[in-house]
Design a binder for this molecule. Structure first.
Ligand SMILES: Nc1ncnc2c1ncn2[C@@H]1O[C@H](COP(=O)(O)OP(=O)(O)OP(=O)(O)O)[C@@H](O)[C@H]1O
Length: 362
């Protein structure tokens, strides 16, 4: 297991990693989700040994890694832009890491050939061995980058936005392939991404990185069901977050007022944020019916636009105070409603579906 314990990394005044702690179990696929600037690349560079932390410990199987040279860590790195040698063939790119590494370079031609062939087979590039890497597709280049790392038999592989340079269709296919390859090799993959879809799809475990520390870590399903903070909810891109105040044990703000689930420990006037999933909201014309007597809450909002996203329709509304609200309707459900631009609608939801986050006093 790889354990980071209270790791801090500063660049001048910028604290890129702030007492970050996380455990990455063996033989697992962990995705690390974070917005731009949250510290993802810095974290990978610290684990790989390209940067030394200013504080904290990096431990692998009980041994401290900080201070150990990168090539002695047994950790592979797949770079965002692949970093291939353009003048070399697919096979020579894959062989490079083995032939020229500082520790135990492989120079025996038949061993080199066999290991390169194995790696190329693993990533499905047979037949392209002699091709220049400038004469293959983006997805194939991605596979060369992966093969070049895997050929050195690392026990742990860091992938920095490995699918970022690929188009959407290819990205989905490569997601499946990466998972399959990892399962075959039983190594650990730590895959960094800014895309929540990719993180949730890929990781057995998803860690959310926010401002240099881990905001939440767990299986994708548990993050989705119960984000621990408004910040995590925002990262998942599946929740609307409303800001307001606690009034008589309920929520008031953004032009809405509704009861909150459970008993709130916060006193009147305390700032609060609530998260409401995109797919837990129904839309009806404003004023058509009174709020549902069964305890439904409703907020008025103007319709902006809808977009089709494969199996669902995502509709955008704006509340009176300017807050943007997203509503998802799945195409497998009843026929999607058509809304009129700038018209007022009532967005209704069950207050029991709301997740409250009471801001703690500093
Ligand atoms: N060499 C450096 N010198 C100064 N500041 C740096 C350096 N590298 C990173 N930073 C700062 O540290 C913070 C974290 O950067 P990092 O590159 O780790 O973020 P990231 O999550 O990988 O971002 P992105 O998704 O945009 O690549 C940022 O505020 C960044 O500006």
């Amino acid at each position: 297991m790889l354990s980071l314990s209270s790791v801090t990394k500063r660049y001048g005044d910028v604290t890129a990693l702030d007492r970050l702690s996380v455990n990455v179990p063996d033989d697992s696929y962990v995705s690390l989700l974070g917005a731009s600037g949250s510290g993802k690349t810095t974290l990978l560079r610290v684990i790989a040994g390209f940067e030394e932390p200013d504080g904290g410990k990096v431990i692998y199987d009980g041994h401290r890694l900080d201070g150990v040279a990168p090539h002695r860590r047994g950790i592979g790195f797949v770079f965002q832009n692949f970093a291939l040698f353009p003048h070399l063939s697919v096979a020579d790119n894959v062989a490079f890491g083995l032939r020229y590494r500082e520790e135990e370079p492989v120079t025996d031609p038949s061993e080199l050939k066999a290991r390169v062939a194995d790696a190329i087979r693993l990533v499905g590039l047979e037949g392209l061995e002699a091709r220049k890497v400038t004469a293959i597709s983006g997805g194939q280049r991605q596979r060369v980058a992966l093969a070049r790392t895997l050929v050195t038999e690392p026990r742990f592989v860091l992938l920095d936005e490995p699918l970022g340079a690929l188009d959407a269709n290819l990205r989905e296919r490569m997601c499946d392939e990466l998972r399959a390859i990892r399962e075959r090799l039983k190594v650990t993959f730590l895959h960094v991404t800014g895309s929540e879809t990719e993180a949730l799809l890929m990781g057995d475990v998803v860690a959310v990185l926010s401002a240099g520390s881990i905001a939440q870590v767990g299986p994708a399903s548990s993050l989705f069901a119960l984000p621990k903070s408004a910040d995590v909810a925002r990262h998942l891109n599946a929740y609307n977050v409303l800001s307001g105040r606690v009034v008589k044990g309920g929520f008031e703000g953004a032009g809405a007022r509704f009861a909150l689930p459970g008993k709130q420990a916060a006193s009147d006037g305390a700032p609060i944020e609530v998260a409401l999933r995109f797919d837990r909201i129904s839309v009806r014309p404003a004023g058509a019916t009174a709020a549902d007597p069964a305890g439904e809450a409703a907020i008025r909002a103007r319709f902006i636009a809808s977009e089709f996203t494969g199996a669902s329709v995502l509709s955008f509304f704006r509340l009176e105070d300017g807050t943007l609200i997203q509503v998802v309707a799945h195409l497998s459900g009843p026929a999607p409603q058509a809304f009129t631009k700038d018209e007022l609608y009532e967005l209704s939801f069950n207050p029991q579906d709301v997740i409250p986050f009471i801001e703690r006093a500093a």
